[in-house]
Design a protein around this ligand. Sequence first.
Ligand SMILES: NC(=O)CC[C@H](N)C(=O)O
Length: 356
Amino acid sequence: MNGYLHLANGDSFEGSIEHTASHQASGEIVFFTGMTGYQEVVTDPSYKDQIIVFTYPLIGNYGINEKDFESKKPHVAGVVVYECSDEGFHYEAMYSFKQYLKKWNIPLITHVDTRAVVKRIRKEGTMQAAFSASAQGNVVTHSEPYVVKQVSTKEVVSHAGDKQHIVLMDFGCKKSILQELLNRGCKVTVVPYSTSLDEIKDLKPDGIVLSNGPGDPMQVANQLSEIKAIISKYPTLGICFGHQLIGLAFGAKTKKLMFGHRGANQPVIDLFTNKVCMTSQNHSYVVDEMTIEQTPLKVRFKNVNDQSVEGLVHEQLPVLSVQYHPEAHPGPSDSTYIFDEFMKQVQQVGSEKVYA
Ligand SMILES: NC(=O)CC[C@H](N)C(=O)O
């Protein structure tokens, strides 16, 4: 069926709507540039309520498997592609991408000139968008919804391990972050995003991980002093949303990029070693470098393309944060060493008891 993608600036793009029976997509439109990884992208809670344009022109060709889900269900509001394969050609494929989206009622529009859409977003920035069967669309613009509460765990969930105990604060956590910690033998307790220092103390952790998450990090502004107290007490690793919270907690500010970084080949330089890694990324916000000077934080990582801040360290405390995704999924795993560095910090503090 003919369908249209409407942007808030008034532009419309024609395509083919695959399944719209139950609802029409509406949300902030963003684009992902990786050639693969659609399964991880649509199930990453950080994309909650966003319409995602895949720039690679053929999506869905290896189907959906049982292993690569980043959470139990898709979170995107809609999917825009040029061509979507009807079948999944892979020995592990359980069903096709189209079937998966249909099962979860996620609207899909195909045969859209995705290059033209992305050029528009790159020129004018991310904006609200909507799908409709009619050439005349009405895009309702509204401020960014506060969705961390909807994607964070409601209860404390424990995962066994015989090494260090890590409390993973869940702002919309990807499964792969948990998996990286479990791979290193950690015992991991996943806690709701609003967990207090006192509740965390009762769990007696050796370290804290602040997860990725959807939307503006300022949506948890009323928790920043508690978060500061938590990260001032335990070795901490912040990933993406978690990194932004570390910046904010110590007094820096965040700002929204025009169209963000979403893809699997974002080059990041480690200013301490001058080594560049290709990284997996998915974010709109960054910590504003101009606001870091008056904090105890130091920039360790920068994006080679636009020089934006990609990671921080604390000058005195064992606190490390990255804007990119060291857990990959999708994308290159060149930077999984970040988890090893974090574990080293946790072990060192454990033996020196600097926080006693
Ligand atoms: N992946 C993430 O954690 C994204 C963080 C935040 N929602 C942003 O868009 O910048």
